[in-house]
Design a protein around this ligand. Structure first.
Ligand code: CUA
Length: 353
């Protein structure tokens, strides 16, 4: 038991980081969830301790050596007082847990403000439509007309409303340090809001980590996304820069080969604002160069992007860039020269550089 606890300590010690820890929450939802966690864990611990103590006391007090080898202690059969006590106490404890938990559940699911409009009839709340797909995340900002993927960008200090759904199988949307998790289903929308009260730029990698929290297939553990929380001003600037990509065509660093290879091999599944593609099959790659990770979890380098394009199955088994038999990428074998040019082109899709 001791070794098991020791191993658990090692694992739990990894949970202390602000970019991913539910124990160091950022924002009112995460903080309230932590309070509920502490309340329920506290009450459960109390019950375990009290029951164990009673058990041990009975064990010692009524042990055979004390009452005598051949004496059977007084047998109690039915006690109304005891029965009332052990019925009423759990009811009280469950109420202490249930009231705040149910209250919080309804509070975070209150998304009525999502439909509020200003005098011009435009919706005022910041809403993000999240679609979970095998094994990536699409983020659409319907009121801003922006679609992106794998990197959620939000402003701090206000409620961000989420419409969550899945395109294929059940997933679950979780930003451990900020709140959730909330399942994404194929057949219905789940809605809730989160509040980000900390800019992510000071965190490790400058982002909060987001995870898929529902076992969904061979690459479930790799179905990550990242969250950039910006000051409201920086967020507005991000929206403007994303809108500006609509007029953007090829970027500076790209070559004709990269652009042509992208058009021939990638645009059927991936969209890029200003370049083309309807997207939806694969992640939208607008401003990919500004993102934090390749494929959601690999370090954001051109080398990793080349390696990913060359053999995506090596990194994310079962992903949709592969043929149905899970082998070669559906765009066929590209030459090294084409892959290099392609990676340079995709990394050049940027508004920050
Ligand atoms: Cu998607 Cu696990």
């Amino acid at each position: 038991l001791f070794s098991l606890l020791a191993v658990m300590m090692v694992f739990l010690s990894g949970c202390g980081e602000e970019y991913i820890s539910a124990l160091k929450p950022s924002g009112e939802v995460g903080k309230e969830q932590l309070n509920l966690l502490l309340l329920t864990t506290g009450i459960m611990t109390l019950v375990v301790v009290i029951v164990s103590v009673i058990y041990l006391l009975a064990f010692v007090k009524f042990r055979r050596a004390k009452v005598g080898e051949n004496v059977i202690p007084k047998q109690v059969e039915g006690s109304h007082t005891l029965e009332v006590i052990w019925t009423v106490i759990p009811i009280i404890l469950l109420l202490i847990i249930a009231v705040p938990v149910v209250t919080a559940t309804y509070k975070f699911a209150d998304v009525a403000a999502m439909d509020e409009v200003d005098e011009n009839g435009n919706k005022t709340a910041l809403t993000v439509n999240v679609t979970a797909k095998l094994y990536w995340w699409e983020f659409e900002y319907p009121n801003q007309g922006i679609v992106t993927a794998q990197e959620l960008v939000v402003p701090t200090g206000q409620k961000v409303y989420f419409n969550l759904k899945a395109a294929d199988v059940k997933h679950s949307f979780w930003i451990p340090a900020v709140g959730g998790k909330m399942d994404t289903n194929v057949e219905n929308l789940n809605k809730f809001y989160l509040v980000f009260d900390k800019e992510s730029k000071d965190l490790k990698d400058g982002v909060f980590y987001g995870k898929c929290a529902e076992l969904c297939g061979p690459s479930h553990a790799l179905m990550d996304f990242k969250v950039k929380s910006l000051s409201p001003e920086a967020f507005d600037a991000w929206v403007v820069s994303m809108k500006a990509t609509e007029g953007q065509t090829a970027d500076k660093a790209s070559t004709d080969l990269g652009e042509a290879t992208f058009a021939n091999s990638c645009l059927a599944c991936h969209a890029v604002s200003g370049v083309g593609g309807t997207g939806g099959v694969g992640p939208n790659l607008t401003t990919f160069g500004d993102r934090n990770r390749v494929a959601g979890f690999l370090e954001h380098t051109e080398e990793n992007l080349q390696a990913w394009i060359k053999d995506p199955g090596q990194y994310k088994p079962g992903n949709l860039m592969l043929n149905p038999d899970g082998t070669a990428p559906i765009y066929g074998d590209l030459s090294d020269e084409e892959i290099q040019a392609l990676a340079t082109y995709i990394m050049g899709l940027s508004v920050e550089k």
